[in-house]
Design a protein around this ligand. Structure first.
Ligand code: FAD
Ligand code: NAG
Ligand code: NAG
Ligand code: NAG
Ligand code: NAG
Length: 534
């Protein structure tokens, strides 16, 4: 823990020192890149002195921690409108020696799409958000700046009987979300968003445009769950759509009680939710209600009518006390709307969850004993803005092979826990109080969650697991350093990702503090398992 804290401190210190040191070169980069972009016909970009710079910088930044003035701000924000312009944006950024930050929905928990430790360009994909549905093959092409809400909406307009399995929050971007996996209420029925990507168009570091055949199967495998920002810029995704019934059921049940009461309910949930039929999804969000009471909000979905959902749930989970007035029978797209808390599916900037926060994730392999859960509740009541969500695995997620895509948390994953804590802008000066609390809770949970490694999802990216300083690391050692997070996110798939990275981006153009490192041919590493090159 101490080592992790020191790394974080160093990182902050580095960011703090970065802006003054780079003022002059920032100006230099700006001149070069503006010329380069306009010569390619790309005119939609903004630099620090233009009037819309702040608007475009913060419009889709979800975690406001990363709007602190201590972070280096981008030299330029580029908003390509088509594939040619995306290619030009990448070529011009690399020619100007700017680090690239691709931004789709801007929901990276650690602000990785909006900050960098060295002069950088944000390539914001908000103008690449077209979705076209093909009803002959039940597939769609989505540009990677499309949000989940835009994709759900476009599919429902074209075919109300088809859906797509991805996350809940409408403003999350498909660029980052599909790159890391993408879990939502159809996951137990159809898998992750990334499991349902069947082709893609990628722009690599040299500006080449590659489809699945062009990039090859190793790279196509890597971009579906190997994490955003490591491989190249995904321009678009081809996704497989799936049937959804005409009538589906959504429900919310809120219970409150003492730590003991809620621990009992949660304990039972662990035996029920991961084992329900594939058509079910039942999560629970636990948060303090007062100094000695906890509330548990259960949110459920069933791909079928209410009567069938109710018959099953009252049999296997009578303690839930599900009643008809807590249920909402609707079409699939209305259920999507229900889960996005009634927010517009099309407004990418209308984000109810934007704020200052820290999240940490865990994978749980065995049910947690009631006393373990009770201890977690006792920590919750000390933090009014803290909480955690439990997200069930199971269904088809347990039947997909751990190496089908880089995302490995399948049969060995009973459920996931996401711990969170938030604070206001005024409290941001004391953010350590909140961060210490969430790290404390995460530490407390150690005996109850996955070990060797303690696993989590790459879409719950957490810099507490270490950061790479690309300026001073030896490229022959980088793959060993990156194991610290790579094995937590990808487990046994980590080495294949290093191979794929070496194929597609040997010069490590697409990098961030937790990206996958390439392993240069010149390095002799007998310790590296398996062949590096085909
Ligand atoms: C409020 C909220 C709700 C969430 N709900 C869910 C959920 O229900 N289910 C779930 O599984 N996850 C959920 N997440 C996590 C979310 O899936 C990840 O944070 C995801 O990476 C965000 O994608 P983005 O495009 O919005 O973010 P961004 O910050 O834009 O991107 C994330 C990373 O991917 C890179 N990237 C972006 N676009 C591209 C591209 N086109 N090509 C290559 N790399 C790219 C970025 O550089 C960055 O490193 C949620 C997160 C938040 C903040
Ligand atoms: C650039 O894109 C933004 C976002 O769509 C748009 O509001 C703006 O008008 C565009 N600017 C130019 C110069 O095309
Ligand atoms: C807590 O639960 C009790 C019933 O167990 C209920 O009467 C009360 O309204 C609930 N409180 C809140 C704030 O939901
Ligand atoms: C059902 O959900 C829809 C969509 O969120 C909402 O408009 C409607 O009010 C809900 N109905 C009930 C009875 O909760
Ligand atoms: C690289 O720099 C970081 C701080 O920026 C430092 O902690 C680390 O020890 C350095 N590593 C090497 C190998 O010099």
């Amino acid at each position: 823990m101490k080592g992790e804290r020191i790394l974080i401190l160093l990182l902050h210190l580095f960011y703090f020192l970065a802006p003054p040191a780079c003022c002059t070169c920032t100006h230099q980069h700006k001149e070069d890149i503006a010329l380069c972009l306009t010569s390619h016909g790309l005119t939609n970009f903004t630099t620090p002195h233009s009037p819309h710079y702040n608007h475009f910088l913060y419009a889709s930044l979800n975690n406001l921690v990363f709007s602190r003035p201590t972070f280096l701000r981008p030299t330029i924000i580029i908003l390509p409108h088509n594939l040619d312009q995306l290619t030009a944006a990448i070529r011009c950024s690399t020619q100007s020696s700017l680090t690239i930050r691709l931004r789709s929905g801007g929901h990276s928990y650690e602000g990785l799409s909006s900050t960098a430790p060295a002069p950088f360009a944000i390539i914001d994909l908000m103008n690449l958000a077209r979705v076209t549905v093909d009803l002959k093959t039940n597939t769609a092409w989505a540009e990677s700046g499309a949000t989940l809400g835009m994709i759900y909406h476009a599919v429902a307009v074209a075919a109300p009987n088809l859906g797509f399995p991805a996350g809940f929050c409408a403003t999350v971007g498909s660029g980052g979300h599909f790159s890391g996996g993408g879990y939502g209420m159809l996951a137990r029925m159809y898998g992750l968003a990334a499991d349902n990507v069947i082709d893609a168009v990628l722009v690599d570091a040299r500006g080449q445009v590659l489809d699945r055949a062009g990039m090859g199967e190793d790279v196509f495998w890597a971009i579906r769950g190997g994490g955003g920002g490591s491989w190249g810029a995904v321009y678009s995704w081809k996704i497989q759509l799936h049937p959804v019934p005409k009538t589906v059921t959504s429900f919310t049940v809120v219970r409150n009680g003492t730590s003991t009461d809620i621990a009992k309910l949660l304990h039972k949930w662990q035996f029920v939710a991961p084992k329900l039929d594939d058509e079910f999804y039942l999560n629970v969000l636990v948060a303090p209600e007062s100094a000695n009471r906890i509330s548990a909000q259960f949110r459920g979905f069933y791909a079928g009518p209410w009567a069938r959902a109710q018959a099953t749930l009252t049999r296997v989970f009578p303690e839930l006390g599900l009643e008809e007035d807590q249920c909402n029978e609707s079409s699939w797209i209305e259920a999507v709307f229900y889960f996005s808390d009634g927010k517009s599916l099309l407004d990418r900037f209308d984000d109810p969850l934007r704020g200052f926060f820290k999240l940490k994730g865990d994978i749980v392999r065995e049910p947690i004993p009631p006393e373990g859960l009770k201890g977690a509740m006792e920590r919750l009541v000390k933090m009014p803005t803290g909480g955690f969500g439990c997200i069930p695995n199971g269904g088809i997620m347990h039947r997909i092979k751990t190496n089908a895509i880089p995302y490995p948390h399948r049969a060995n994953n009973l459920f996931e826990v996401s711990y969170f804590v938030s604070w206001s802008e005024e409290e941001d000066g004391e953010s350590d109080t909140y961060i210490d609390w969430i790290r404390g809770l995460h530490g407390y949970m150690t005996p109850f969650v996955s070990k060797d490694p303690r696993a989590c999802e790459v879409n719950e990216l957490d810099l507490d697991y270490g950061v790479m300083n690309w300026e001073n690391v030896s490229m022959c050692d980088a793959w060993k350093v990156a194991k610290s997070w790579g094995e937590r996110y990808f487990m046994g798939n980590y080495e294949r990702l290093v191979r794929a990275k070496t194929l597609i981006d040997p010069n490590n153009v697409f990098r961030h503090p937790q990206s996958i490192p390439p392993l240069p041919k010149s390095c002799r590493v007998p310790a590296f398992p398996g062949p590096l090159y085909d």
